[in-house]
Design a protein around this ligand. Structure first.
Ligand SMILES: [Mg+2]
Length: 236
């Protein structure tokens, strides 16, 4: 609606200038017409800006819902980890914006469609709203491991998309995941990786133990689950 008004005002302004030069408009009409342009600029909608100090980025599978090596292909297979939805609701009440970024290579593998994924996320949002929670966005990578895209974690593309879309910095933002690729992507953009023991968490803990001692991930904070992390964060 507001975008339409802005476009109309700009067109009136530009039209006035053209008509003045064509000799079919008086100077007063030109001034009135041109005045539309600064008015348009002043009411131009601005991109939503999240306060970077109050943003949390979550992986989906294995953090919010039960993970499966067979992929989450339908709403029926989307089963929240106990306490995860309530944890997001607590974050909301504490003033945090929550954004989910998730690799969904099942799309590239032909295991489910974008419509299926939308249905899964509709169920997620509905269950979340039942506990007074919400997420500000769900960004996903649809590519497979061989697609050489920039968005599949551990690549930082999804994080960068969050920064661009929400006009926010990522330095110091907590990013909760259950896989090494979540943690590596977070480190790449200056976010703070947090590991949970749900989903692939146990495998990730074992993998981190094999990394060189000076790896940045050796000291990554580990929590039992999302609820445990959120309780700890909000108790500070
Ligand atoms: Mg995961």
């Amino acid at each position: 609606m507001r975008k339409g008004i802005v476009i109309a005002l700009v067109l009136v302004g530009l039209g006035s200038i053209m008509m003045f030069y064509a000799g079919s408009m008086s100077l007063l009409a030109l001034i009135i017409g041109v005045a539309c342009i600064p008015i348009a600029i002043s009411i131009m909608p601005t991109r939503q800006k999240l306060t970077s100090m109050k943003l949390i980025i979550l992986d989906r599978d294995g953090v919010i819902n039960q993970d499966s090596d067979d992929f989450i292909k339908s709403p029926d297979e989307f089963i929240p980890i106990p306490g995860s939805l309530e944890a997001i609701s607590k974050l909301n009440k504490a003033g945090y914006s929550v954004i989910v970024i998730t690799n969904q290579s099942g799309l590239a593998r032909g295991l489910f469609s974008v419509e299926d994924l939308n249905d899964i996320h509709e169920k997620f949002r509905r269950l979340l709203s039942d506990v007074d929670g919400k997420v500000n966005g769900i960004l996903y990578c649809p590519h497979g491991p061989d697609d050489n895209c920039h968005c599949r974690k551990p690549k930082p593309g999804l994080f960068k998309e969050v920064a661009q879309r929400y006009n926010t910095g990522l330095k110091g933002i907590p990013a909760i995941g259950d896989s090494l690729r979540d943690l590596d992507a977070a480190l790449a953009v200056g976010a703070v990786p947090i590991l949970v023991k749900t989903g692939k968490g146990p495998r990730t803990i074992a993998a981190i133990a094999k990394l060189p001692g000076d790896s940045k991930l050796s000291s990554v904070p580990v929590y039992d689950n999302l609820s445990d992390y959120v309780d700890s964060l909000l108790a500070k």
